[in-house]
Design a protein around this ligand. Structure first.
Ligand SMILES: Cc1ncc(C[n+]2csc(CCOP(=O)(O)OP(=O)(O)O)c2C)c(N)n1
Ligand SMILES: [Mg+2]
Length: 605
């Protein structure tokens, strides 16, 4: 623990982010061995208790052990595309209890597995060597950046094939190329070239995935996967523990800060959801009677109609002015499980002073200027929530109210992003999951305020276009009771919209709102040019192409309302081509661009 005296007001910056990339498996950023992660432990203990009862036989074919192990750790579906080097592995997948889903293109498989993992706690992608594996790297990079636990299995040239380093198809440079690329976007990797070590390598990678909530890579040579290997026992999850002295010191300093503050606020970060700790954070806020704000990545972690819920904070990108005002004038901001990203800070427009912030994550606990390591996030939260706390005086500046229903007189009004979000909010409930793509979909989604709790999933930090349509497939596969509401720009739809074909084949029923503003709208706001022009598609025709689903167009509020209502009453894929004016944008995108222009102007002056 390092203590230094604060000298003057220092803003919280991106480099304060304790959730920045960790070292590879087994090492922390400072090179010291990693202790086990937090909330994952609770899950792992539960799973281990349930699943170690039936030990593996002493020897098993590698492919059987691999998929049995993943199944015991919670994987129920795999997303991928086969290839010749991967076919023997796919044959084992077919025989396993895991259902294999073939997607149109590997990026779609990666995005689907990412969304699936966010809901299910672990997910799986199966692909072939390099042509397939390298196609998924971008999606897996996103999963790494946003802490989503995806296992990537790639078929590969055989052990025998590698002997004289021949030029085999799909090989890039060396036989290690793909694994080395993956080392940049995973916390553990293994190539299963030895029978004796294969089982322990599989266990090491899968456990690292669960522990760090980040992707891992397992390469399976085609001539190894049928071989008998000695198995290992399911590891018994050890409950990781905090250093009691350091935990005590971290709690004391935090409680002192809270005690001396008049208007603390809790920023509920995405790790609360990933590690299953949201309820403890809510208990803390309730006992203290302080408001809770979310950020874009963690939106929906706390139900939005909770009496203490303020809205989404993100500097100029905040959902409402009162959220920004409250958080930025708070004298104690408790950031619990938050990733400090430029998006969460509203692209540098957030104003948070380090002297009054606590930033607690699975990596470390930062209380103002002091960093505490060897403290488990869960222990720290529990310590805070069960401490003697004096409730604060808090009056909600804008208590939750249900979205205002459409008036008859406005049904014929043409649509804007703001109104699309309002109409959508009228329909969402706890059976819905909004899956947002990148573009104004994600900025606009900040303004979703539902009467009941709805899930929200988006690549809100890594920001890769093409996430939402395949992401919707991952969501509904992980939880068939959830109806995905896919918000996707016309540009992003042109990237992965063909995955609706997979949705139709699987009998899924996403409701896809193509936010059609004729091109790369967000880019146009930043810098316009020919490069922002894309072809005009007749988006509804996708249903003819993929042989299923029903398409509608919406140009007015009434049409959109009717289309969503009809979609919710149906059991098929729905595509709504939402016609938006070319120069329209959500209030969040408008205030972001205005603030950025002001900031730049101020600098120039
Ligand atoms: C894979 C990928 N390529 C490029 C970008 C850069 N980019 C961000 S938003 C955007 C335009 C998105 O267009 P559209 O999906 O139509 O949404 P709109 O901005 O019009 O709302 C682009 C090209 C990106 N984020 N991801
Ligand atoms: Mg567009």
């Amino acid at each position: 623990m390092a203590r230094r005296k604060p000298s003057r007001r220092t803003p919280l910056t991106l480099s304060d982010n304790p959730s920045a990339p960790v070292g590879r498996e087994g090492k922390s950023r400072n090179g010291r061995p990693h202790r086990d992660g937090n909330g994952s432990a609770a899950e792992t203990v539960r799973r281990a208790a349930r699943e170690t009862r039936d030990a593996f036989p002493p020897r098993m074919p590698m492919g059987q052990f691999l998929f049995d192990y993943l199944h015991r750790r919670g994987v129920r579906h795999s997303f991928g595309v086969p290839g010749d080097f991967a076919l023997p592995t796919f044959a084992w997948l077919d025989k396993s209890p895991i259902k294999s889903i073939t997607m149109c293109h590997e990026p779609g498989a990666g995005f689907a597995a990412d969304a699936y993992s966010r809901l299910n706690g672990i997910g799986l992608v199966c692909v072939t060597y390099c042509v397939g594996g390298l196609n998924v790297v971008n999606a897996i990079a996103g999963a790494y950046a946003e802490k989503s636990p995806v296992v990537v299995i790639s078929g590969a040239p055989g052990r025998k094939d590698r002997e004289k380093d021949p030029l085999l198809h799909h090989k890039v440079k060396t036989f290690e190329t793909q694994r080395r690329v993956y080392d940049e976007v995973t916390v553990a990797s293994a190539t299963l070239l030895e029978e004796e070590r294969a089982a322990s390598e599989i266990v090491r990678c899968v456990e690292a995935c669960l522990r760090h909530k980040r992707p891992v890579y397992i390469e399976v040579p085609h001539d190894m996967v049928d071989r008998e290997i000695p198995t290992v026992e399911m590891p018994r999850a050890v409950q990781p523990s905090s250093d009691p002295e350091i935990l005590k010191a971290a709690l004391e300093e935090t409680l002192e800060l809270i005690d001396g503050a008049k208007k603390p606020v809790l920023l509920a970060g995405v790790e609360l959801h990933r590690y299953g700790l949201t309820d403890i954070a809510i208990r803390l806020a309730e006992r203290l009677n302080i408001p809770i704000a979310a950020d874009l990545l963690s939106k929906s972690a706390v139900r939005e109609n909770h009496p203490l819920y303020l809205g989404v904070y993100g500097g100029a990108m905040s959902s409402d002015k009162h959220v920004r005002d409250y958080v930025e004038s708070s004298d104690c901001v408790l950031m619990l499980g938050t990733f400090i990203t430029d998006m969460n800070l509203g692209i540098y427009t957030a104003k948070l002073d380090r002297r009054r912030t606590v930033l607690a994550t699975s990596e470390s606990i930062l209380v103002t200027y002091h960093k505490y390591e060897d403290v488990q996030f869960g222990d720290y939260l529990e310590g805070l929530a069960s401490a003697r706390l004096k409730p604060k005086k808090f009056k909600h500046p804008k208590p939750h109210s249900d979205p205002v229903p459409l008036k008859k007189s406005e049904l014929r009004d043409s649509l804007t992003m703001k109104e699309v979000i309002r109409v959508l909010s009228l329909h969402l409930d706890e059976n819905c999951c909004v899956v947002s793509d990148v573009g104004d979909a994600i900025f606009g989604a900040v303004g979703i305020r539902t009467a009941r709790r709805a899930e929200f999933i988006a690549p809100a930090y890594y920001l890769s276009m093409g996430f939402a349509v395949p992401g919707g497939i991952g969501v509904e596969t992980a939880n068939p009771t959830l109806r995905p509401f896919v918000l996707v720009g016309d540009g992003a739809f042109q990237m992965t919209g063909t995955e609706l074909s997979t949705a139709v084949r699987l009998g899924l029923k996403p409701i896809v709102l193509v936010l059609n503003n004729d091109g790369y709208g967000t880019m146009r706001k930043i810098r316009d040019g020919e490069f922002n022009v894309i072809s005009r598609w007749d988006y509804g025709k996708i249903c003819d192409l993929v042989g299923g689903g029903v398409a509608t167009e919406a140009t007015t509020k009434g049409e959109l309302d009717g289309a969503i209502r009809s979609a919710m009453g149906s059991n098929t894929v729905r595509v709504i081509d939402v016609k938006l004016p070319r120069d329209d944008m959500s209030p969040q995108l408008a205030s972001m661009s205005a603030e950025l222009a002001r900031l730049r102007g101020a600098k120039k002056g």
